[in-house]
Design a protein around this ligand. Sequence first.
Ligand code: SF4
Length: 103
Amino acid sequence: MNNSRRTFLITSIGVASTLALSRQAFADAPKVTEADPTAKALGYVEDASKVDKAKYAKYAAGQDCGNCSFYQGKATDAYAGCPMFAGKQVASKGWCSAYNKKA
Ligand code: SF4
């Protein structure tokens, strides 16, 4: 095997394993719990129907993470990332006070 082919192969293997790792890291990202300090600060709940409506008057029925502009997954994904909770996943049926309707 000549050198450039060997370098190519080694580089490809490196790229492939890096991609596999980052995908793995995302799938394994922990889910935000309601006990999480950021969740408490933002009034995050796993189930939007349980929003404290007295405290969060801006909440309207039908709002949830799945139709929020910050939700990083598809509307059909049960959990996905959200920039309010870096490195964690929120529930598509969840809600927090940073909710912003997807255009
Ligand atoms: Fe859900 Fe949007 Fe709040 Fe993120 S910002 S937790 S997607 S409602």
